[in-house]
Design a protein. Structure first.
Ligand code: ADP
Length: 286
């Protein structure tokens, strides 16, 4: 069952101006309920423009966007509903924290949805637990938290709205390696427990390769490919040609293939690389 579907989606910035720019060009994709999607492409490939169509922040110049099978632009009431169905976490969301306490900040979205106090409390506690914030931290001012904790608090605010699809734009940007790992571990936990759709925008194949069920690669406003990781990395040379870095382990394996060691063209994790290399070594029996 699809949660987000686009049909021939085209978006043009500055139509009828000298700055006219086709940011999305005939994009037709279908994202299913419960999928974990990685959205990748280099700067200017159309990633942000695309995700802003998923909850109605942008209206297609032509083509359609369907959420839960509905064309929400056809009905004003549906446009409000879609903001709750599809939760968007922008880059550096911590800049939007403003309440006196972390708890109030996380409760802001659910409160806007008109939920009762008990339900709001349940959601705030569950979201805090999912992102790894303690009860004491909930009572602090957001400004007393570390950078990584602030980021997680802001993400919890969107999770607490229990969107059917959660979309995050570069959720780990600007964090140190430990902070990055915490964010991705947290998203994996959220996805495993809630089974809701998660879409993560990133420019790092390395990060995306670790968790995505399918990877959507954008290039110059068009879908370059949208497939499971082994199939995407099977095209690693083409991906490098459009200026994206494939995971380091894929580059090493490709190099070994060029040197005559046939290790397959779909290696993108260290574990699988190890298996393929050991298989080869056993065959040549050293
Ligand atoms: P990405 O998120 O992959 O970096 P964007 O969706 O931000 O890509 O941008 C796609 C294209 O649209 C780029 O060429 C960018 O310069 C252009 N663009 C983005 N936002 C605007 C805007 N507000 N006005 C004009 N052009 C824009």
């Amino acid at each position: 069952m699809s949660i987000i579907k686009t049909e021939g989606l085209t978006y043009v910035y500055g139509e009828k101006t000298p700055f006219r720019k086709v940011a999305l060009d005939n994009v037709s994709i279908e994202i299913n309920e419960g999928e974990m999607i990685g959205l990748i492409g280099h700067t200017g490939s159309g990633k942000s423009t695309l995700i802003q169509h998923f909850n109605g922040l942008l209206k297609p110049t032509s083509g359609k966007v369907l959420v839960d099978g509905e064309d929400f632009f056809a009905d004003k009431k549906k446009l409000r509903e879609v903001r709750f169905k599809v939760g968007l976490v922008f880059q550096y969301p911590e800049y939007q924290l403003f309440e006196e306490t972390v708890e109030k900040d996380i409760a802001y979205g659910p409160k806007n949805m008109g939920l009762d106090e008990d339900e709001i409390k349940r959601r705030v506690n569950e979201a805090a637990e999912l992102v790894g914030l303690t009860k004491e931290q909930l009572l602090k001012s957001p400004f007393e938290l570390s950078g990584g904790q602030k980021r997680r608090a802001a993400i919890a605010g969107v999770m607490a709205m229990e969107p059917k699809a959660l979309i995050l734009d570069e959720p780990a940007s600007g964090l140190d390696p430990q902070g990055r790992d915490r964010i991705f571990d947290m998203l994996k936990k959220y996805h495993t427990e809630k089974r809701n759709t998660v879409i993560v925008v990133s420019h790092s194949m390395e990060d995306i390769a670790k968790f995505a069920d399918r990877i959507l690669v954008m290039n110059e406003g068009k879908v370059f490919c949208f497939d499971e990781p082994p199939k995407v990395f099977g095209r690693s040379r083409e991906i490098e040609q459009i200026g994206l870095a494939v995971p380091q382990v894929t580059r090493v394996i490709n190099k070994l293939c060029e040197m005559g060691y046939d290790l397959g063209d779909d290696v993108y994790t260290v574990g699988y690389a190890e298996k393929q290399i050991l298989k080869k070594l056993n065959k040549v029996q050293i």
